[in-house]
Design a protein. Structure first.
Length: 189
């Protein structure tokens, strides 16, 4: 049964800033609205880092538990996803370290194996292969810019590096992708 309060929370029209202010005043429904608004993005990002759906869901939970601990008194100084990105990245890295340690302790026939990537159209696989050929820092800025929709300033804030560094990384990555036959049609100037 869906109550009126649940419907309002799911589609809360307030901005993230207004919801954060309400959550700082103890409004649990405001934090729940923030969770519902950003959870799909957090899971997708966590999956990008972990490569495992279950681990991504664990990262989602740990990210929001960490963030909830910042209330009351949480102050947002940038877009919310700019705050959440490094949290998700750190929690996912910790999850990968723990999973690798656990897998190393299992007998070989019980080791946890990540699922095979989902087969899609050939062009998509070519793009994924071309992206995989980039260094981690170059791939990360391309994904943040074109998948997550971050501005250059937001990427710099999330990664805690100067905007000039982000511009340089993005420029190098796009040059490499434009010269790769598998990906150039996606990144033509």
């Amino acid at each position: 049964r869906c109550t009126k309060a649940a419907r309002v929370t799911r589609d809360d029209p307030r901005t993230d800033d207004a919801l954060i202010a309400a959550a700082n005043r103890g409004d649990v429904a405001a934090f729940e609205a923030l969770y519902r608004r950003h959870r799909d993005w957090v899971v997708a990002l966590a999956y990008r880092f972990t490569g495992n759906r279950d681990d991504a869901l664990d990262v989602l939970q740990e990210t929001f538990i960490y963030w909830l601990g910042k209330f009351p008194g949480f102050r947002l100084t940038a877009r919310l996803r700019t705050f959440l990105y490094p949290v998700v990245k750190h929690v996912a890295a910790e999850k990968r370290r723990k999973s690798a340690r656990y897998a190393a302790e299992l007998p070989a026939d019980e080791a946890v194996v990540s699922p095979a990537p989902n087969d899609g159209p050939a062009s998509r696989a070519d793009l994924a292969d071309a992206m995989a050929g980039l260094s981690e820092v170059h791939r990360e800025v391309v994904l943040m810019r074109f998948v997550d929709g971050f501005t250059l300033q937001e990427i710099a804030a999330a990664l805690d590096v100067p905007v000039g560094t982000i511009k340089s990384r993005l420029h190098v990555a796009l040059d490499r992708l434009r010269t790769d036959e598998r990906a150039k049609k996606y990144f033509e100037p």
